[in-house]
Design a binder for this molecule. Sequence first.
Ligand code: CP
Length: 294
Amino acid sequence: MNKISSIQKLEKDFVLELYNLTGSIKKSWPEISRQNKTVCLLFWEPSTRTKLSFEHAAKKLGFNVIDFSPSNSSLEKGESFEDTIKTILALKVDGLIVRHPETKISEKIVQMLPENVFFINAGDGNYAHPTQGLLDVFTMSEVVDLTKLNLTILGDAKHSRVIPSLLQTLDMLGCKNINYISPESLALPQTNAFTAISNDMLSKSDILYILRIQRERFSKEEGIDDKFFSENYQVNKEFIETTNFQGKIMHPGPINIGVEITRDISDGEDSLILKQVENGLYLRAALLQLLSSG
Ligand code: CP
């Protein structure tokens, strides 16, 4: 018997054997789990690099990976966020990797998890994106001594969840020389952002870190025109020549070609953009290994 469509088709002996085996598996589950840890990916927002690099890294390290898809889950039938997390925990996963639009939901999730379940915030609202910040600083450290790094951040720092994580990592590792360029409406609060391109600043910068306009985190009053942005802030060949910028180009992605950057710059020999993606794989593998080894 290897097909089940209803209980009526089952013999009582089969059910009793099934119950017997279920009890044995329940008893030996901790032993079975030790052989291969399980991580669950929960992404409420689209992602290419974060989700795929976590999945790829986890599989290479021998994890089982469960991909929770909110739009195909019982959330659609009215189950709450909290009950969804409890349900996934009841399935004995070893770790959760979560992306969510709500700012600081990561802190709430951490409170819900038992000690032995690890957790990685894959981006929540504009609060944090720790792995992106860490991998970007790792990438910077491959080309410049961080304590001597002269960094310029250009674009929508205000709505970025990468920027808080990036700045906290840079501060921890001794990089203090950071400048900002953005329209006033996209400037990070409490920074003296230049609202016009400064040739003097850029000619001395080692790395230009470019950010897209993060419309998904805008309130209506904060609107900015793509045309205005690209005419005044786009990093293109003319920008590089006029400013005499001679450093490396970085961008956490996704990139919007023709808005904050042009194709020749994103694909140019000074671009580290795909190096960032590659380093994301290694950094996330390292983090999974460290967090799951406890
Ligand atoms: N940088 C970043 O988080 O990219 P994804 O949205 O593609 O994961």
